[in-house]
Design a protein around this ligand. Structure first.
Ligand code: ADP
Ligand code: MG
Length: 265
């Protein structure tokens, strides 16, 4: 369904004498694919290039080289109408649930925004759809008039998920979507994401530095290091046995998180 082919990317800096020059590659000849209805976990430490790849897959950042094929169509070679149609099939949930929403909007306005942009529903129809979506993510229709500050982080992330699934997309990029939640909320949101995937036939690109969360939700795993994919495996068990330093580093940081493994000072 999604294929990333040999994507290379570098950001441009234009500080020097007003001239722009390309910085070092942030991504080098990256390739991966996501089959319909599956979840690919994209792992890597901070700065590896995960979010850059996420933005390229969402059509937000044109890569210097390579292609992104979504259902066989090259994302960066589309006319505006085709691009608009594809945009609704590609959605995103970010780590920081608070900055992802307008603090003055109500839950109804936040979730209703994509519906308003893409579907011509009557006020009543839209209200009904929003309450269905709230229930889909474990909230209730009564939450419709609340504003972001009235929700906990976990609840607000559910609102962001409701907005992401409002248009029944094909692929959702989850960029560190559970990373700022506590363990219980993480587990609950991961379970919710699993249920939604089954119910709506969604595919996910699950971006994280947390190998445990990635293993819980993903069918296949890819590990990035300095802009390259260093491990890519359909078998999580096999990947966890990899001796690559990037994989060992992610595993070590997970072990260090456990209180039992913290060094006493
Ligand atoms: P990750 O999500 O894995 O932490 P990012 O994709 O955010 O990695 O960043 C990869 C590299 O690209 C980092 O060195 C970062 O500083 C750089 N970078 C990210 N976004 C920009 C940008 N908009 N302009 C310039 N450099 C950027
Ligand atoms: Mg990132």
């Amino acid at each position: 369904m999604l294929e990333v082919r040999d994507v290379t990317h570098a950001y441009t800096s234009s500080r020097l004498w007003g001239r722009s020059y390309a910085k070092d590659n942030v991504l080098s000849r990256m390739s991966l694919h996501i089959e319909e209805g599956t979840c690919l976990g994209l792992l890597g430490s901070s700065g590896a290039g995960k979010s850059t790849l996420g933005r390229i897959i969402l059509g937000l950042e044109k890569p210097r080289e390579g292609q992104v094929l979504f259902q066989g169509q090259n994302l960066y070679d589309l006319n505006p109408q085709a691009r608009r149609n594809i945009r609704r099939d590609l959605q995103v949930v970010f780590q920081d649930c608070y900055s992802a929403v307008n603090p003055r909007m109500t839950a109804e306005q936040i979730i209703g925004e994509p519906l308003h942009n893409y579907e011509s529903l009557t006020v009543q129809e839209q209200k009904r759809k929003v309450s269905e979506l709230l229930e889909c993510v474990g909230l209730s229709a009564a939450d419709m008039n609340k504003q972001p500050f009235q929700f906990s982080g976990g609840q607000l992330q559910r609102i962001n998920i409701a907005r992401a699934i409002a248009l029944k997309p094909k692929l959702i990029v989850l960029d560190e979507a559970v990373s700022s939640l506590d363990m219980i909320n993480q587990a609950n949101i991961l379970r919710l994401l699993g249920e939604l995937r089954a119910a709506f036939g969604l595919s996910y690109l699950f971006i994280t530095h947390d190998i445990k969360a990635a293993c819980m939700i993903s069918d296949a795993l890819a590990v990035m290091d300095k802009g390259e994919i260093v491990e890519y495996n359909d078998s999580k068990e096999q990947l966890l046995r990899s001796s690559h330093p990037a994989v060992r580093g992610l595993l070590d940081s997970m072990l260090a998180d456990h209180p039992r493994n913290r060094h006493r000072t």
